[in-house]
Ligand binder design. Structure first.
Ligand SMILES: [Zn+2]
Length: 429
């Protein structure tokens, strides 16, 4: 089924999107040569930076629409943008019909996989803005007779924890870093989060290292019911999520072809780390999800899952956009996050300062002491952290700086922990 859908999708974007017609011609490929999913490696790539350039030169959609813009609006359009964490946001458009047929359909399925059922209540801490993810969740929840508790911006974190305690939803949907931020807020506000008696947390937007997962599960008292959800804007959110076995993220393979590629563009083997390349197989109105290089690094397995589902499962190791190369070492914030969360003497929040002025190329990690840490313990904590982080980064030299508690704000949305050169933070010493 995927092979025939891929062939159809290749013919569709080639015939209808000026952007893709040019790309196919540049690569000297025609859709007829794509007969199996493995042939996808011959296809031109969809890349964020190419879309961005095309939309700049040819606004608003850069020749990526596959149907006339006005026709889509006449049917009732749905507009959204990429979250723009790395540069100018991209613009997307599809008809409402396509939105319900693909995105809402997929979202109902992933909510079901995560264990949500009619009668549940889901607290949505994500915004209903140009970022499309929240819309799909709300519309899918309504289709499924799930009550929505909308707690997106511009509510404050204190307000949100109070509302959670008042309404006691069965599920909360947010980013991993914000789930932890709410825990801190609840402590400040003397709200007992365990009184919410939450069944499950669905987290997304950032990778989920095990220590973060455990910290969230314990603080919210949800047992192992932290569900890692994955998606991105270009392939109309590519909704995918873990089941109750938490052993990889299930891909909805009738809607998305998910491949892992090596750096040389060949297909990685099962279990091998590479870049996720995804094709939305049912995206007709705009061609942004076609053979799209996500920049996210991961691996896949085709082994049937214990839950009985037989779809491909993926494990997201890191988001390439978050990576910096420092002194030849690839530094992912998640590696440092695991160490910070594993060190009881420091709080959960941290920043990474990449110094690149002149001949400098080094890394300083800023973090705060935990409220229980005595000043006498600062020096040894600092030293211990430096050693552990250096270990996690393969021996690279790292400075750790402890700053006054409360200087590092949590993130309401996706965490962006990188700071270039300047720190502007006061050291504890
Ligand atoms: Zn499963």
């Amino acid at each position: 089924m995927q092979a025939s859908k891929l062939t159809r999708q290749a013919s569709w974007v080639y015939a209808n999107s000026p952007f893709w017609k040019r790309k196919f011609e540049e690569c000297e490929v025609t859709p007829e040569t794509i007969v199996d999913v493995d042939d996808a490696v011959d296809l031109p790539y969809g890349r964020k930076e190419d879309y961005r350039a095309a939309q700049k030169n040819n606004p608003p959609y850069g020749g990526l629409l596959c149907r006339p813009e006005q026709t889509i609006h006449d049917e009732g359009g749905f507009v959204w943008e990429s979250s723009g964490t790395t540069g100018t946001p991209l613009r997307f458009l599809c008809s409402q019909r396509e939105y319900y047929r693909t995105d809402v359909n997929a979202t109902c399925r992933i909510l079901w996989i995560s264990g949500l059922r009619p009668g549940d209540t889901i607290a949505m801490c994500w915004p209903l803005t140009l970022w499309a993810v929240g819309h799909g969740i709300v519309d899918a929840a309504r289709v499924m007779n799930i009550t929505v508790l909308p707690l997106g911006p511009s509510y404050s974190s204190s307000f949100r924890v109070k509302k959670l305690a008042e309404y006691r939803p069965s599920a909360v949907m947010t980013t991993p870093s914000y789930a932890l931020r709410l825990v801190e807020k609840a402590q400040e506000e003397n709200v007992d989060l365990t009184s919410v008696e939450l069944d499950r947390l669905i987290v997304s937007g950032e990778p989920l290292p095990d220590p973060t997962r455990e910290e969230i599960a314990t603080a919210w008292d949800v047992g192992d019911a932290v569900y890692n959800y994955y998606g991105f804007s270009e392939a109309f959110n590519c909704r995918s999520i873990e089941c109750e076995y938490h052993d990889g993220i299930h891909v909805l393979e009738d809607l998305y072809l998910c491949q892992v590629e090596r750096e040389d563009g060949t297909l990685a083997d099962e279990g091998e780390l590479g870049e996720l390349v995804i094709t939305a197989l049912e995206q007709r109105d705009i061609g942004t999800g076609f053979h799209f290089r996500t920049g996210d690094m991961g691996r896949y397995t085709d082994e049937p899952c214990e839950c009985g589902r037989t779809t491909r499962r993926i494990d997201i190791v890191s988001r390439k956009d978050d990576m910096r190369t420092i002194c030849g070492v690839n530094v992912f914030p998640q590696a440092i996050e695991s160490v910070v969360l594993d060190t009881p003497d420091v709080a959960n929040e941290f920043r990474l300062i990449h110094h690149t002025e002149g001949s400098l190329d080094d890394l300083t990690v800023l973090t705060e002491p935990a409220s229980s840490t005595t000043p006498d313990a600062f020096a040894s904590t600092q030293e211990e952290l430096e050693k552990k982080i250096e270990g996690a980064l393969g021996g690279m030299t790292v400075d750790v700086d402890l700053v006054e508690p409360g200087q590092l704000d949590g993130f309401d949305f996706k965490a962006d922990r990188w700071i270039e050169n300047e720190s502007g933070y006061d050291s504890v010493f």
